[in-house]
Design a protein around this ligand. Structure first.
Ligand SMILES: [Zn+2]
Length: 75
């Protein structure tokens, strides 16, 4: 599954979700240090190439099998 399929469509997201202030899936406000960075995403905005940086709350990240890098370390 590629990035375009695993994340919601940009057109369905709020400005807060697009800039990483809110969870990309449930729109909850994110707390610094408890959010999951989903990495830079490439997109086309009108005819421009652009990037956006979605973030998710830990609950949604787990639901979508997005584990923050620091949690991939052995326990
Ligand atoms: Zn969420």
């Amino acid at each position: 599954m590629n990035d375009a399929e695993r994340l919601p469509r940009l057109s369905e997201l709020s400005e807060r979700q697009i800039r990483g202030a809110a969870c990309v899936w449930c729109a909850a406000d994110l707390v610094a240090g408890q959010d999951v960075d989903l990495g830079e995403q490439r997109c086309l905005w009108l005819s421009y190439k652009a990037s956006w940086f979605p973030r998710a709350c830990p609950h949604c990240a787990e639901q979508h099998n997005e584990v923050p890098p620091r949690h991939r370390l052995a326990p």
